[in-house]
Design a protein around this ligand. Structure first.
Ligand code: CMX
Length: 133
């Protein structure tokens, strides 16, 4: 575990959220992408030394769409960077954690990712990230 890679926030209006984070927290846009298989359009932003991802659902039945319908916009997940994602997944499996992704898959912005179910981490949806290259 190398530390926190980013925090993910579910938002309804991406451009409005970007403008708010720029204005209130002096955040800077780093990257923007649509990830069809995850059902999101995402903007990565830098806030001081930290990073956040603003996530707009592409549909109501996507993971983020269901989250907003149930809870409204807000904190969606935390992501930790790891050196060896497959090894961490094996370790977590051995510890009895409930993995959403049993193997690494392509994430946003040149990463490999895997999600751990919130039921294994006190209600917090957790993403492991390996930065490729
Ligand atoms: N944080 C904490 N709990 C969450 C949650 C979240 N982000 N999203 C859902 N839950 C909870 C729900 O509140 C619900 O809890 P209860 O059973 O106590 O009511 C439970 O998980 C099941 O929720 P659901 O609405 O029925 O949704 P699903 O089971 O279909 O999916 C989850 C939940 C976590 C498995 C799904 O959202 C998922 O696979 N997430 C990982 C992928 C993802 O979020 N992708 C978008 C981001 C992409 C990226 O950043 O790369």
């Amino acid at each position: 575990m190398k530390g926190i890679h980013h925090l993910g926030f579910a938002v309804e209006d991406l451009d409005e959220a970007v403008a708010t984070y720029e204005r209130l927290l002096q955040a800077k846009v780093v990257d923007r992408a649509t990830h069809e298989s995850q059902g999101v359009e995402a903007v990565a932003m830098q806030v001081g030394a930290g990073h956040i991802e603003l996530l707009r659902p592409l549909s109501e039945d996507s993971a983020v769409g269901k989250f907003i319908a149930k809870r409204g916009p807000g904190m969606h997940h935390i992501a930790y960077e790891v050196d060896d994602l497959s090894a961490e997944l094996d370790r977590l499996r051995g510890e009895g954690a409930e993995l959403i992704d049993s193997a690494p898959r392509a994430g946003l912005f040149g990463t490999e990712i895997a999600f751990v179910h919130p039921s294994s981490l006190d209600g917090v949806l957790t993403e492991l990230v390996h930065v490729v290259g």
